[in-house]
Design a protein around this ligand. Structure first.
Ligand code: ADP
Ligand code: MG
Length: 689
């Protein structure tokens, strides 16, 4: 329910004064489509025209506003020479130079003998001060009308700042009043102004501090955004709690049979979390749980045992993985430990032939399959389950927020959801992305005699690695060699992987294989299978092995151009080794072009093997948008707020949204706010779900 005068915010920008088709197109390219988008595009800086020197006191390069009298016009007849106007005050002279301005226009704005204000950057040419193409010229009578501080906006190609500023002047004048949606106390305690006034302040800064991310106005609007984000999650949570779910009923029979067959004993953390999940499954409310734990902390077995509990209770389970390789690996593990159980496990992915896919879909629909493992293809329209009781998503940060919410709706009311993430997630990010979920954190890593040693070397030492690899191969070990993908003019190039493949083949013929995203699915699986079967010793690969691949015999990982990767990603890659009984070794190669900051980052990795610490450092060094594959899922959750900068606002927003949700009030009060920050679409999914 949007009040009528709020239509202003959602009108297309073309209705705003000063925006014709050309400018509209340029804004649209920046995803600025409605007035509110335009308004949320705050200035990033300002031009200060408060410096008003006399002409004997000019500083070259400085933006200055001068008060002068017009002495002489100079309109040369030679076309390529600019028109100039000579001006003076009591202390000196200056030339105002115009390229591409017509004589008549100049005469009009700078009539002879008039007293004028001119603003622009001072330069010095042929022994004379001048201002070229001044930013503005006006009569001294208008002094109070000129704003000496002008905000600067990100530029539009071929459009002058002046034009952009004019548009913003127009639009901010027309912002309607908006009733306050937050509690008075929240606004007072923070010294915030109203939504409207905050917007106006941000577009009319008096000093640079006024538009900083920590200015009161910027914080207020960021709070609105963070609030709307968390509000959605608390609504989803509330909705889920209101739905009756058929509780799962099972004994420990399956669990005991599995645990008996493991080559290790479960850690206390693993046991506790299995219990936590069991409690969630047995409840009559839908479980939405995120299991986070560092690489190699042993999440897989937790999810398998939880899944088997659900099978024991007569429901089906779907386990979704981001890659086919991982899906196959999980299938193999499950087959090996569930032999004593009479259950049917299948894999569904684009690699499975069409005929078999159809059979599988049929068996799913009639309930013959108990446990389905697969990739994205699990959630195609044509896949329907007989009675799905649990969705497990491995390495879930590869999937986006909307995808995730959609999914939990698709599962139906009896379906619990368990997400797993290998990268420990900072609290701010948890609130902003998983606010609707309960969290289990696996801190303890399985006790291991082995450790991983990390070494950092420059690329010129690559030839030395040949000997190292020879030694590894002699002691029957296998090696990963990772190369980055090179992105050139939007095309991803495989050059580094392929060149390295050729290079290593010279030294180790018949003993190297290559893997990358361009291989067909079954090719990838075959390469991986041959690697596991030790048919070759060196696997050269892009980061497709990053997620979850488990080969206990490969204990060395060499990563080329390591400065190009995120720390969390490097930590993931490093987690591929040291999984068996031997120590792991990780060699990070950097190229000549590494920055000082880049060296610092690699050092963090050498010094720590603690994923929580590493992801915190990564967040500090690289910013929010870059971490844990956020980019890969292609989502940008915030328009205005910066979760790193505004982390303190998350706690407050959480309090406020919980308070509101607990009070059981209709969400209509916030419908405009949600629409401002484009959350209304998610709300629709919940409403109709
Ligand atoms: P991740 O949390 O990264 O998914 P995995 O579940 O793949 O980790 O486990 C990593 C390795 O540790 C696997 O080889 C697994 O068999 C082993 N593992 C899991 N739990 C334990 C345990 N309690 N004791 C010893 N090894 C374990
Ligand atoms: Mg895993």
């Amino acid at each position: 329910m949007i009040e009528k005068n709020f239509n202003f915010f959602f009108n297309p920008i073309s209705k705003t004064k000063g925006i014709g088709p050309k400018i509209q197109k340029l804004f649209n390219e920046k995803k600025i489509e409605s007035n509110i988008d335009l308004i949320f595009n705050f200035p990033y800086g300002l031009i200060d025209r408060t410096h008003c020197p006399r002409l004997n006191n000019l500083e070259i390069g400085k933006i200055s506003t001068i008060f002068v009298k017009v002495k002489k016009h100079n309109f040369p007849r030679i076309r390529r020479l600019p028109n100039t106007v000579q001006c003076f005050d009591d202390t000196g002279e200056i030339n105002i130079v115009f390229f591409n301005s017509r004589e008549n226009y100049i005469k009009e704005i700078l009539p002879l003998n008039s007293e004028v204000i001119i603003s622009g950057k001072i330069n010095f040419y042929k022994n004379k001060y001048q201002i070229t193409n001044p930013d503005y010229v006006t009569s001294v009578n208008n002094e109070d009308k000129v704003s000496k501080i002008m905000p600067t906006y990100s530029s539009l190609k071929g459009v002058s700042n002046k034009t952009i500023n004019k548009i913003y002047e127009n639009i901010t004048k027309n912002i309607p009043d908006v009733p306050e949606w937050h509690r008075d106390i929240v606004i007072q305690n923070n010294n915030w102004s109203s939504f409207k006034d905050s917007l106006i302040q941000l577009h009319n800064p008096k000093k640079i501090e006024d538009i900083n991310k920590n200015s009161l106005a910027y914080e207020r609007i960021s709070f609105d955004e963070i609030f709307s984000n968390l509000l959605i999650f608390s609504q989803i949570k509330k909705k889920n709690l209101s739905i009756y779910k058929k509780p799962k009923v099972f004994s420990s029979e399956y669990k005991l049979k599995i645990v008996k067959n493991l080559s290790f004993t479960l850690t206390k953390d693993q046991q506790d979390i299995i219990k936590e999940i069991e409690d969630g499954l047995k409840k009559d409310k839908k479980m939405l749980r995120l299991l986070q734990g560092d690489v190699g902390s042993g999440k897989t077995i937790i999810s398998i045992i939880s899944g088997l509990n659900v099978v024991a209770s007569g429901f089906q389970v779907a386990l979704m993985c981001p890659t086919e390789i991982l899906a196959t690996q999980h299938l193999n593990l499950m087959k090996s430990i569930t032999q004593e159980l009479n259950i049917k496990i299948e894999i569904l992915s684009s690699g499975v032939n069409k005929k078999r896919q159809i059979e599988i879909k049929k068996e799913l629909a009639d309930g013959a399959i108990n446990f389905l493992i697969g990739t994205h293809s699990l959630f195609q329209e044509t896949v329907s389950f007989n009675n799905l009781g649990l969705i497990i998503i491995d390495e879930q940060h590869k999937f986006g927020v909307k995808q995730r919410i959609n999914l939990s709706e698709k599962g139906g009311k009896n379906c619990d959801v368990l997400l797993m993430s290998a990268t420990p997630i900072p609290r701010t990010l948890i609130l902003s992305t998983y606010g609707d979920m309960d969290i289990s954190t696996l801190r303890e890593k399985p006790f291991k005699k082995t450790k991983i040693i990390t070494n950092i070397i420059p690329e010129k030492k690559i030839p030395d690695l040949i000997n190292l690899i020879k030694n590894k191969i002699e002691s029957k070990q296998q090696v990963y060699w990772i190369c980055p993908l090179i992105e050139e003019s939007k095309k991803v190039k495989l050059t580094p992987v392929l060149e390295r493949f050729e290079y290593l083949k010279k030294y180790f013929p018949e003993n190297v294989a290559v893997m990358h995203g361009n291989l067909k699915n079954d090719e990838k699986i075959n390469v991986m299978k041959d690697f596991l079967d030790k048919k070759f010793s060196i696997l050269i690969s892009t980061t497709v092995v990053e997620v979850g691949v488990d080969n206990q015999n490969a204990n060395t990982i060499i990563i080329e151009n390591s400065e190009r990767f995120g720390l969390a990603q490097l930590h993931q890659l490093r987690g591929r080794v040291g999984r068996g009984n031997e120590d792991g070794e990780c060699i990070l190669i950097y190229s000549k072009s590494i920055s000082e900051n880049g060296k610092k980052r690699l050092k963090i990795l050498k010094e720590s093997n603690d994923g929580f610490y590493i992801s915190e450092q990564d967040l500090k060094l690289r910013g929010f948008g870059d971490i844990i594959g956020y980019k890969q899922s292609g989502e940008k959750d915030f328009i205005v707020a910066d979760p790193l900068y505004h982390s303190h606002l998350f706690e407050l927003a959480k309090q406020e949204t919980d308070l509101f949700t607990e009070a059981n009030l209709p969400i209509d009060k916030f419908s405009t706010l949600l629409k401002f920050f484009k959350k209304d679409k998610i709300l629709n999914i919940i409403d109709t779900g």
